[in-house]
Design a binder for this molecule. Structure first.
Ligand code: ZN
Ligand code: ZN
Ligand code: ZN
Length: 370
């Protein structure tokens, strides 16, 4: 990650505090976004065990298969932690057990650690009890630093530029797959590591929020949901949805429902002030849709956190009473999905700041015919 400072030692320190608060004695995390956040780098090792071992007292160690060691060369991890290796034929779980301070029993494992690793680790540490480390890591990851917010802003500006060119590709007579392939190339050309998702939901397909793309041929007059994003070069995700009509005069019913979604999205963003709860952001957007009579067609939560993962804490959903704090970043993406007809969704990534909600997506939200 291109930051001026290397924050990793500090992140590991703060992780210890959160692990301890939750009653565990060590966190053991396998490669993925948590490790990427804590060390600035992550290398997957398939069925072989790689793990970051962070005792609440004592120094952290990264254990990796010898054959993966070069993948960590020259990274900040070499300064932040000791790196130990194991060879095929050795028992890596016994090596982890040896790394733990004597008497360690309460082990917090990463939420996405494969069950096989977790249970072998449990067996290698007599008397051990496993818990999940997800909340402890999320407590750090949920509030973005200034450098992380700039990464999200760069990702947002890049995906905005792709949305602004949609009319070049979204043409009648082309299939969703053909359109999606062009969009994916543009996402990569705009500095993303890859296009993680390219939803082209034309006509009735738009009524399924996670429809990706199909061989349906786009027709003149179609309403089309375009929801696109991926990890930008710094690893932070973009995620932006706009809904377009393909040629013609705006259909009056489309225009009326579009107006409801646009007002709901604005209400959700406006509600995202410091101290407001996540569920109140959902409620603010939902109220507009319910009042307009479309409540039963708003079939998703209003938003999800975003960072090194496209979906992470905090979730803008009924029942989540977590208050917004400065640096939290999340989507506000209400939608109305009319089965058999069309869907409309408008999505921006928003950061909660002292100065109020800050959108990192700024391409037009007004009804656009391409
Ligand atoms: Zn989604
Ligand atoms: Zn989203
Ligand atoms: Zn999206």
């Amino acid at each position: 990650m291109p930051t001026d400072t290397l924050p990793y030692a500090d992140r590991l320190d703060r992780l210890r505090t959160h692990v301890k608060e939750r009653g565990a004695e060590v966190a053991v995390l396998t490669p993925g976004p948590d490790v990427e956040y804590l060390l600035g780098h992550s290398v997957a090792s398939h069925e072989r065990l790689s793990c970051l071992v962070v005792p609440i007292a004592g120094s952290p160690t990264l254990l990796v298969p010898q054959l993966e060691r070069l993948g960590w060369a020259g990274t900040a991890a070499e300064d932040a932690v000791r790196i130990a290796t194991w060879l095929d034929g050795q028992d890596p779980y016994a090596l982890v057990a040896d790394l733990l301070p004597a008497g360690t029993a309460r082990i917090a494992v990463g939420d996405h650690m494969p069950a096989g690793h977790a249970l072998h680790l449990r067996d290698a540490v007599p008397g051990s009890e496993l818990s999940l480390a997800g909340e402890a890591v999320a407590a750090l990851r949920v509030r973005k630093s200034a450098a992380e917010i700039e990464e999200l802003a760069a990702a947002g500006a890049a995906i905005d530029r792709v949305q602004e060119r949609i009319g070049e590709w979204l043409r009648p007579g082309r299939t969703e797959h053909e359109i999606a392939a062009d969009i994916a190339a543009a996402i990569r050309a705009e500095g993303h590591q890859r296009a993680d998702f390219v939803i082209v939901g034309s006509g009735p397909n738009g009524a399924s929020p996670h429809h990706e793309a199909s061989d349906r041929v786009v027709q003149a007059g179609d309403v089309v949901v375009i929801d696109i994003g991926g990890p930008h070069r710094g690893g932070y995700f973009s995620d932006c949805t706009r809904t377009y009509q393909v040629v013609g005069e705006p259909d009056p019913e489309f225009a009326a429902v579009y107006d409801v979604v646009q007002r709901a999205q604005q209400a959700g963003v406006d509600a995202a002030v410091l101290g407001a709860t996540c569920e109140s952001v959902d409620a603010a957007a939902r109220r507009v849709v319910v009042d307009a009579g479309y409540g039963e067609f708003f079939i998703t939560r209003t938003g999800h956190g975003i960072g090194l993962e496209v979906h992470e804490e905090p979730y803008m959903v009924a029942g989540n009473s977590r208050p917004l704090a400065a640096g939290m970043a999340f989507s506000v993406e209400p939608g109305i999905y009319l089965p058999g007809r069309f869907g409309i969704r408008i999505e921006d990534i928003v950061v909660a700041t002292e100065a109020g909600p800050r959108r990192v997506n700024n391409c037009t939200r007004d009804l656009t015919v391409v």
